[in-house]
Write a protein that binds this ligand. Structure first.
Ligand code: GDP
Length: 503
């Protein structure tokens, strides 16, 4: 009101007229949108400072996607527990080592590539290059089960093109088999995932392939040999039998799916996993989806940035580039990005600006959440019946009380603060300290505050993000400060606001 040079009552009436709510308390917290709207109502010209609102976005879709170069398919292995997903992945991975010139030790980076060689090829001589040559690769996500798939799906992205449904021939269709069928069918409706069935453990005596196929048909999997569109391959992850068939089938499916991606644009990808690795620092496996990633390209994923010091293959070989559909270990991150984060390449200045903006937005979102919780709590307070008022917010002789849980860094500061706070107020409204303690604010502090309708004062201690969100979910106000007179000022303001209206 002071800024707009109007009376508070006028401002409050305007807010009611603008339909913001029925009744506006003087301490109602406004979002910038509402504040701007109100300023306009009073004939002002609000300027929202969005100088920092700069972000990076992936390049626009290509106008003629069918003319783009082909890319390797990305395959996920799913199925019932113990049906052999891990064994199958291990065998595929070691065949990829055998096929590479590296011939060395692989490291789990969340995904690996297997070259496609036609059965007539005598030796597996294709090398793990960056699919800049004509070599064809299949990329396998290295996390069996739903984890990788679901994590991406939850973020609205799907990096998987083909799901291999592994069914053990000695065990048949089991509950998780049905779950996968269900999941893939739902994805299929969106038209972006294919499925191949791998009937596994065919080396076992107890294997009954025919029975397994019947069970699959009964579960509505329309197998190719019965006129449907789902290919089925008999394999043994243990002995490697049928794996060339599986690779061949995947390659054929990829051909039909006609998977293409732009290479001639700035690189885009997704974080498959990230960790801190000895000697390398924070590293992340990035599955490139568009463009070509090269060492030295600044990257942004969430609010993590990387100078992309090195690109490493799953054989720990340094790479000069990684194209669409290939996974690559990226070093040079300043902090760990999260799995599922979109990775964008740009110049260093833009990466830094976008990061700053994202951080700012993140904290604004958090503040807005807190504001919502605060407003909700105040509303609930006002809606309390007069009887509640009597019992809950008034202490002895009808005196209103602000209940406080005090947490501080050392016992000395807690004592000093309690001493100062207890003197706040007068015979009509004052402070009651309900609990004190040394150390960070914990969940039990929040729950204790909630149970007695108190606020928390945190002096020179930190509040973990998780605890802050518990507080806002529970409508518990937490005041944080390192400066004693600021705490005093704030509490005094709170107490004053509790004084009964005399005008
Ligand atoms: P997951 O839970 O689906 O990842 O299954 P695993 O790969 O851990 O395999 C479960 C068990 O089945 C292990 O004891 C494997 O050795 C065994 N197994 C996996 N594949 C085969 C196979 O093709 N043949 C035989 N005989 N055993 C297998």
């Amino acid at each position: 009101a002071r800024l707009l040079n109007v009376r508070l009552g006028t401002l409050q009436r305007k807010m009611v007229q603008a339909g913001m709510r029925d009744e506006i308390p003087y301490d109602y917290v406004l979002t910038s949108d509402y504040a701007a709207l109100l300023a306009e109502e009073f004939g002002r010209n609000p300027i929202i400072n969005d100088e920092a609102a700069f972000d990076l976005y992936p390049p626009p879709p290509h106008p003629t996607p069918h003319l783009l170069p082909l890319r390797p398919p990305v395959v996920t292995i799913m199925g019932h527990v113990d049906h052999g997903k891990t064994t199958l992945l291990d065998t595929l991975r070691s065949s990829s080592v055998a096929a590479s010139e590296a011939g060395g030790i692989t490291q789990h980076i969340g995904a690996f590539c297997v070259p496609v060689t036609s059965p007539s090829d005598s030796g597996l001589d294709a090398t793990y290059t960056n699919n800049t040559s004509d070599e064809r690769l299949i990329t396998f996500l290295d996390t069996p089960g739903h984890a990788a798939f679901s994590a991406m799906r939850a973020r609205g992205t799907s990096v998987t093109d083909i799901v291999i449904l592994v069914v053990a021939a000695d065990d048949g269709v089991m509950p998780q088999t049905l779950e996968v069928i269900d999941l893939v069918n739902r994805e299929k409706d969106r038209g972006n995932v294919g499925m191949v069935v791998a009937i596994n453990k065919v080396d076992k005596e107890a294997a009954n392939v025919a029975k397994t196929k019947q069970a699959l048909l009964a579960a509505n999997v329309s197998l190719e040999e019965y006129g449907g569109d789902v290919p089925c391959v008999e394999v043994s992850g243990l002995t490697g039998r049928g794996l060339p068939d599986l690779i061949e089938t995947l390659a054929l499916m990829a051909d039909v799916m006609d998977l293409r991606a732009e290479r001639d644009c700035s690189a885009v990808g997704y974080v498959l996993e990230s960790k801190v690795q000895k000697g390398l620092g924070p590293v992340a496996t990035v599955l490139v989806s568009r463009g070509i990633l090269t060492p030295g390209t600044p990257l942004l994923a969430g609010t993590s940035i990387s100078s992309t010091r090195m690109l490493l293959s799953s054989f720990s070989q340094p790479l000069l580039s990684a194209g669409p559909g290939t996974p690559v270990l990226v070093t040079g991150w300043k902090s760990l990005p999260a799995a599922g984060d979109e990775v964008l390449a740009s110049n260093e200045a833009d990466i830094k600006r976008a990061k700053a903006n994202r951080l700012r937005k993140k904290s604004t979102d958090e503040v807005l959440q807190d504001v919502e919780a605060l407003n909700a709590m105040r509303k609930a307070d006002r809606e309390k019946s007069p009887a509640d008022e009597q019992t809950q917010s008034k202490g002895e002789g009808g005196k209103r009380e602000l209940k406080i849980v005090v947490k501080g860094d050392v016992s000395g500061s807690v004592e000093a603060l309690v001493g100062a706070l207890e003197g706040t107020g007068n015979h009509l409204a004052g402070v009651r300290i309900v609990s004190t303690g040394v150390g960070d604010v914990t969940e039990s502090d929040i729950m204790m505050a909630k149970s007695v309708d108190a606020m928390v004062v945190a002096f020179s201690v930190s509040i973990p993000r998780s605890i802050q969100s518990i507080a806002s979910q529970n409508g518990v106000v937490v005041h944080m400060s390192d400066i004693i007179y600021r705490v005093m000022d704030h509490i005094q303001d709170c107490v004053v606001s509790m004084l009964p209206c005399t005008y």
